[in-house]
Design a protein around this ligand. Sequence first.
Ligand SMILES: [Zn+2]
Length: 307
Amino acid sequence: MRTAAWLLAVLILAAASSAAAQEKHLIDPTPPGSLNPEPLPPLQNPDAPSMPAKELFARKSTPFPGPPRSIGGYFDGCLAGAVALPITGPSWQVMRLSRNRNWGNPQLVRFIERFAESAKKVGWNGLLVGDMSQPRGGPMLSDHRSHQVGLDVDIWFTPMPDHVQSREEREFGSATDVVAPDMLDVDPEVWTHKHTELIRTAAQDPAVTRILVNAAIKKALCREAGADRTWLFKVRPWYGHAEHFHVQIACPAGSAECKPQPPPRPSDDCGHELDFWFKEFDAASATAQTEAGADAGRVAPRMQADR
Ligand SMILES: [Zn+2]
């Protein structure tokens, strides 16, 4: 009997492993937006206890009024007193306006403004800003598990063009995938040292707690970082994140109800922790994967879509 149970466990683990191995190779492309987004249909029974929260949050097009408060966890929270990042700034432009996800805690908006300025100093023309949060934060109907408390932002690996983009360009322009087709490294045709400097600049901002990039990108950063490795502590390998990187900032001082994430461990993790991502999946790496997942912040493997 015990043998049968053991066999069953092995079989279940094997099935789970092959699924994870396939998912590891998926990339999260940035879907096109829309010039005429259809409003969501009204809910028949919004107060039903079974109604998923994401249906309710997706239908709120304005922030909850009052002072800014990031409430709860990055994966299960919401946001009051959100402000919108202006869609065109001196050194950033917001993409995919139809998604209405350029909302955040004012501290996130300040970070983006600051980061856009310092990125210019390392030769990055300006930021293309992807998703932040919905007007009231919370879970979304598509793509993310995090981004719920107005403290996460996705930044494209494509630099801002020199002109103010039209609505069409913002909805349909494609992001640059910087990972090579074999997923083992960055694509030398598109990757530049400026990409490293861009991520380093974000990581060195004191408000930033964690940055998620594809493992192939982390590998390139490990190679190009130079002597100071401390900024790499914050840069964690994860699924997807080949067309954009995800930046998370800390709970702001004014948000007492904000649940902080545990800080990443103080290591550049450029050694065997990184090798795991490039190995064929086996039972031993299943453990490593669980740890990597916990480290990246409870994002399920499907969350290559954690954009
Ligand atoms: Zn993200």
